[in-house]
Design a protein around this ligand. Sequence first.
Ligand code: ZN
Length: 268
Amino acid sequence: MPELPEVETTVRGLERVLAGRRIARIEARRPDLRRAMPVDLGQRLTGARVTRLWRRAKYGVIETDRGDSLVFHLGMSGHWRIDPTENGKHDHFVIETDDGRQLALNDARRFGSLDLVRADVLGEWPPFAALGPEPLELDARDLKKRLAGRTAAIKLLLLDQRIVAGLGNIYVCEALYRAGIHPGRTGGSVSLQRLTRLVASISEVLAEAIAAGGSTLRDFASPDGELGYFSKSFSVYDREGRPCGCGGTVRRVVQGGRSTFYCPRCQH
Ligand SMILES: [Zn+2]
């Protein structure tokens, strides 16, 4: 499942093909992904010039000079294919640029989404309106306020999109490990000093993953390049029973229906 670093890598890869280009043609090969695609995609995008690409939480945003934002979410299995040499069975949406490049949004499980939103009201668009701050722009004092009085586990609160936007299970586990904070600790009980360390840890784990993704971008210049998925190594995530550097053993518990991995010796 694509997490924030994969989405960031995808946006940077798409930028290389799309930035400043005019959209010559689009093709929606089915009416829906997780929900219906806008019926006027072709009318609003054909002939428009791409002015800017950016990411918010786990959404990618492609802005045009007509004031539209094409917003995509990769869901569970979505990815963009660059200049595919043949039509993929799950290539559901295709963009062709004025210089002959082609991008295909491939999504076998169709948990992803495509929406077209006016850029000037994007902040009030329901999926964006309730989002908390970006994890790479967190401020420890602001996070302290957001967690004040909260008795839920810090692990679960960090997965709440209203508190921090786009931080997924893997990076919450890794950041808590790096900050030495037990995932079961109540959110309101974590001191400002420890939250300061947590904010730094969140930035570090995401920046390292984004850098790992960036180093794979060169492959996307080739036909059939696939954006966004790359291998990463983790300290605790998916390492149940494996040794931690401290000599302890990584444990797995279930919180809110999802696995948490942590080291009981390093995190308290
Ligand atoms: Zn340890």
